[in-house]
Design a protein around this ligand. Structure first.
Ligand SMILES: Nc1ncnc2c1ncn2[C@@H]1O[C@H](COP(=O)(O)OP(=O)(O)O)[C@@H](O)[C@H]1O
Ligand SMILES: [Mg+2]
Length: 340
């Protein structure tokens, strides 16, 4: 594909591979605009219902623009291959960042969350459910602007192929109980998948992992997730509660909307610092001081004991005499017991 022209674009390089097909960096031959082109696999063109659903979703995405949503710019078909043209996102995906860093700082994870949830609130208000929220679909521009990709698209194409495709294990981690059961999806579906994404950002792991695809799906349906604060001390009780609520098994037990999820995250942050909202600048200082003490507790206890011992010797010099007489008593006792 590299170097060849498709329609008005010249393919420059391959940038990724997903369940639906390959993604290429391309350049418009006259305007020189850099774009990303997703080339859809032949399975797609062979299946008329998949094809029409996909085109419908692409149409919706092209219609609604939001600063935190990857723009769809064009769509065309050549020789039974379909090409979806999107704005090219220069930076990394959240998946790559997590692979590199393990987990993120609370502040950083919350900032990303607000942007992703803004995108979800906007698209939900237009009646579009993402259905495949996961770190691989959250990207960052060079200026660190969050862009959510594949709104409504991935799952409309993948639904029937998800068990035969390789590399879908990544998606299974973020799959919702209602999708596993083949039930109706709603805004709460994206709340769950983003809840798992947030869990991963804060703990470096998904709640149900290291198992087979079947076991992961079973866990989504039946297993209670481990509280995220067991993997990360920095997660406050209120933040922990918000995460657990977002990944409740029953969609009715989750936040009813992405905006409620976002609001609860914001208020959990305030509780996290446990300080008056009038002094927000001091809050992080107090918070990190508290964490510093917590992390170095053992050292503080040892230091405290040393200070107490030194103070006792300094202020009660007679203490050394008491110590010596106790020692003498024990030596006597020892001699009596063993040598009569
Ligand atoms: N608009 C884009 N700009 C730059 N890179 C992209 C874009 N869309 C997708 N990619 C890259 O291609 C990879 C595959 O994308 P995709 O086919 O959507 O599969 P998935 O989302 O399952 O990883 C992504 O992980 C990302 O690295
Ligand atoms: Mg994607």
């Amino acid at each position: 594909m590299i170097g060849i022209n498709v329609g008005e674009y010249r393919i420059v390089e391959k940038v990724g591979q997903g369940g639906m097909g390959s993604v290429y960096k391309a350049v418009h031959t006259t305007l020189e605009q850099i774009v990303a082109i997703k080339v859809l696999s032949s399975e797609f063109s062979d299946n008329p219902s998949m094809r029409s659903r996909f085109i419908n979703e692409a149409r919706i995405q092209a219609k609604f623009k939001h600063p935190n949503v990857v723009n769809v710019l064009n769509f065309f078909e050549i020789d039974e291959k379909a090409f979806l043209v999107m704005e090219f996102i220069e930076g990394e995906t959240l998946e790559k960042i997590l692979q590199r860093k393990g987990k993120l700082q609370i502040e950083e994870a919350l900032d990303i969350s607000y942007s992703v949830l803004n995108a979800l609130v906007f698209m939900h208000s237009k009646g579009v459910i993402h259905r495949d929220v996961k770190p691989a679909n959250i990207m960052f521009t060079r200026d660190n602007v969050v862009k959510v990709a594949d709104f409504g698209i991935a799952k409309s194409v993948n639904e029937k192929t998800k068990h035969t495709k390789t590399g879908l294990l990544g998606s299974v981690m973020y799959l919702t109980p209602e999708q596993i059961l083949g039930e109706q999806t709603s805004a709460a579906t994206d709340v769950y998948s983003f809840g798992i994404t947030l869990y991963k950002m804060l703990t470096g792991r998904t709640p149900f992992s290291n198992k087979t695809e079947f076991e992961i799906m079973k866990s989504h349906l039946e297993e209670d997730p481990t509280s995220p604060n067991e993997y990360n001390d920095y997660i406050s009780k209120s933040l922990n509660k918000v995460i657990l609520k977002s990944i409740a098994k029953d969609p009715k037990d989750r936040f009813s909307s992405a905006s409620e999820f976002s609001q609860k995250l914001r208020s959990s942050k305030k509780e996290n610092f446990r300080l008056d909202i009038n002094m927000p600048d001091l809050a992080p200082i107090f918070d990190s001081f508290g964490l510093f003490i917590k992390r170095n507790m053992k050292k503080f206890i040892i230091l405290f004991i040393i200070i107490i011992v030194i103070a006792m010797y300094k202020f009660f010099p007679n203490l050394s005499l008491i110590y010596l007489s106790i020692k003498e008593y024990f030596i006597k006792l020892y001699l009596e017991i063993f040598f009569g």
